[in-house]
Design a protein around this ligand. Structure first.
Ligand code: AMP
Ligand code: MN
Ligand code: MN
Ligand code: MN
Length: 287
């Protein structure tokens, strides 16, 4: 019998995923995942439904969130794993983030209009269809409205860094997000650390400041990562004193190359985040 895999980074329709929380858990289970974390952007609204479906399927469930934050002017994602979603500081912090997302969606729409893209129509779709507005929803709307051929093209033409509808978002500092997570009894994990456009030195500074603020781990194995990228992340974690996590960042079953749980093994040089003493849920060793 295969023991099943672990995936600590998954999105549902509570943010920009395609599957509702219960369907996501069923899909993850079908893909062989035995331990799953739901980590939607800036919301915990899917956790209850996901937890009960996971329990019905006999899976282990880790309640999580992926918080948008800022460091040296860049957007950085901080995962909170095994959080208490009712913790007041976290609840208040996430409410502020969602208010900022609402403001930002209006600005994205006007910038799209100014760039000659159907921003107002896209916004209308986003606000009707999305539980929480993200750039992913704008990209889908632009593709549906014929302004881009694909999600990737919508980001390349309009929504990505340096493009006309890339608005300056006012996210909280990384250290603040880490504080909310720790106060909620959770474990802060720096998401996809190699995805940020940073020099090697700046990336190490980010990891060290994250750890000094109370951060405990970083993602060492990400969806679609090459062996070389896993090795690079492993050495970054080892050098900066962070434990390692594994997560696909799954959003959409129509993206066939990144299903839940299809991830390399966490390499040996770093402790697994789920086996450090601060991790409040007891899980089997998945290595
Ligand atoms: P937001 O948090 O609203 O800025 O949206 C960020 C989300 O957009 C990420 O979590 C990804 O899911 C998605 N995203 C970012 N860049 C791209 C891209 N180039 N292609 C497809 N999706 C992207
Ligand atoms: Mn996303
Ligand atoms: Mn992310
Ligand atoms: Mn994510």
């Amino acid at each position: 019998m295969t023991p099943g895999s672990i995936d600590l980074h998954l999105h549902s329709t509570a943010s920009d995923g395609r599957l509702d929380p219960a369907s996501l858990m069923r899909h993850a289970c079908d893909c062989g995942v035995a331990v799953a974390a739901l980590t939607d952007h800036d919301t915990t609204s899917g956790l209850e439904a996901a937890a009960s479906e996971a329990a019905a399927l006999g899976m282990s469930f880790v309640p999580g969130v992926e918080i948008s934050s800022e460091w040296r002017g860049r957007t950085i994602h901080v995962l909170g794993l095994a959080i208490d979603p009712a913790a007041p500081g976290l609840v208040a912090g996430l409410e502020g983030l969602r208010a900022e997302r609402g403001r930002r969606a209006q600005e994205i729409a006007s910038r799209l209009d100014a760039a000659g893209a159907p921003g107002t129509e896209a916004l209308q779709r986003v606000l009707t269809l999305a539980e929480l507005p993200t750039r992913t929803h704008f990209a889908r709307a632009l593709a549906e409205l014929g302004a881009a051929r694909s999600l990737a093209e919508a980001f390349e033409r309009y929504l990505g860094r340096g493009r006309p509808a890339a608005v300056r978002s006012r996210w909280p500092a990384v250290t603040e997000a880490v504080g909310w997570i720790r106060a909620a009894g959770g474990v802060p994990v720096l998401a996809h650390p190699l995805r940020y456009m940073l020099s090697g030195g700046a990336r190490r500074d980010l990891c060290r400041e994250f750890r000094e603020a109370g951060g405990l781990a970083m993602e060492v194995v990400c969806g679609g990562a090459s062996r070389a990228q896993v090795a690079q992340a492993e050495s970054l974690a080892a050098r900066t004193g962070l434990a390692g996590s594994v997560g696909s960042d799954f959003h959409d079953p129509r993206v066939p190359w990144n299903p839940p749980g299809r991830l390399a093994k966490l390499p040996g040089a770093v402790p697994a985040v789920w086996s450090i003493p601060a991790f409040p849920i007891s899980l089997p060793d998945f290595r």
